[in-house]
Design a protein around this ligand. Sequence first.
Ligand SMILES: [Zn+2]
Length: 309
Amino acid sequence: MLKSAIGIDVGGTNIKVTRVSERGEVVERITGPTPPNDITGKITMILRDILKPDVIGIGVGVAGIIDKKRGVVLDSPNIPTLNNSPLKETLEREFSLPVIVENDANAYAYSEKWAGAGKDFDNFVALTLGTGLGSGAIYKGELFEGAMEAGHIVVEPNGRSCPCGSFGCLESYVSGRAIVNKAISLLEEGTQSILRECCNGNFYKITSELVYRSALDGDNLSREIFREVGRYLGMSIANLINIFSPEAIIIGGGLIGAWDFFIEELKVEVSKKSLKPLLPVKILKSIFPEEGGSIGAAGLVFERCLKAT
Ligand SMILES: [Zn+2]
């Protein structure tokens, strides 16, 4: 019988849980909204529904800085209620299975190596473009286990303030949140856009999804916002190429549907700002943007738990 593992991606909006076979195929999935409190209780409830006798362990991916040894989330800016909660200990006690806790973008990077677009590469950087910007890397075929926070590469020295306390961080220019803020400020300046009618004049109803749909409808303001995303992402990717000299950069996350609206500017910046001997580097789109984090968390269970036995 094939073994399986559970992968959990705890996001600010949803908790995505998948049961994944040792071949990397998703066998079962459950998604539920992230509650404001008692996230561990909600995870426990979902696990009771999805656990099967063939499950060998549970992997949890959370945005933030993780103490992997103790399986404790030290600092999660988007899910502060999880800070300092003993996730590993609680779940291990409840289910008598090994539990690993990993940064969500590291888990996502691993999913690309295990079962995704990064299978054939030994060195690559994976970026997730969603509410925030996450990043992880595969180095010499293995997950680079340090904290890699490309979302806080400075792209404007005197730029927008970032929740991390710094200014001009990449995340403040390319994330879902940044896209919404930029749309609102352009509308407030009087720029013409179909977004005005979409939200009936209440700019605070604008979502990144709405900006994407307006871009599809040919809206200039929305398309320019994504072109700007492409320029900032491209500039940062050039920095990553100059530091890591990877074979590929893989981009996933909830905003990846807008690929066609930013990829051209992104590639122009990459070719302008990367050191020429380090090029070409493949820029690839993830094959599973929505579930990468949970698939990777399950993959790491196989990698770490089977290695340990
Ligand atoms: Zn920052």
